[in-house]
Design a binder for this molecule. Sequence first.
Ligand code: SAM
Length: 224
Amino acid sequence: MFFKEWREDLVKTLISKGYLYSSKVIRSFRIVPREKFLPINLKKKAYIDTPLPIGFEQTISAPHMVAIMAEVSDFKEGNKVLEIGTGSGYNAAIMAEIVCLKNYQNQGHVYTLEIIPELYSFAKKNLEETNYDNRVTVILHDGSIGYADQAPYDRILVTAAAPKVPTVLIEQLKLGGMLLIPVGDHYFFQSLIKIKKNYDGSTVTEKLGGVAFVPLTGKNGWKS
Ligand code: SAM
């Protein structure tokens, strides 16, 4: 298979469409093998810019959506990141490749929370097989309440759509930190919300546009 060539073609497309623009995010997209985060029958579709099913009615997000969230996050090396919605583990690996380079010289780390036990195991295996397990910790946990054990975080990214912003996630941000979360309908019509926490503890909220994510479940999510 020609995964490397297909990956490069996708990166070029995402750059030409304006989804990818910073060297650190582009570098990460060039390195992380999306095919290794997919079920075996879907690997050949890894570099089509589309969400794909990973079982349990869940999806790996489309590459352009991963790119949008990574670029908006403006990650710095050494950031401590919380992701809510591990899914396949791909987005966690993309973020780890930016906040913690392979020599592990800095303290950057990604904590990622998954509520479905089978997907927790799937992502853990994918991250081990791609050698991201030193930089990413996968936790089976209801992410709608955040993860107080490792708080506060420089960045919190939610990759499932919430009915409203859980205030506990803002509490778990560092001063100067940022939360990205899709908020809106149960399915399909949501806004990607960016909340910046200022150094005096006040917050600034910005709507970044329409997105379509699967629902966030758990205590502060949708009751199914
Ligand atoms: N980031 C993922 C990736 O790179 O493959 C894609 C995430 S998928 C669109 C959303 C994920 O959020 C699903 O795996 C789902 O089980 C998970 N999820 C939904 N509600 C959750 C919750 N309360 N806590 C943790 N994970 C949750």
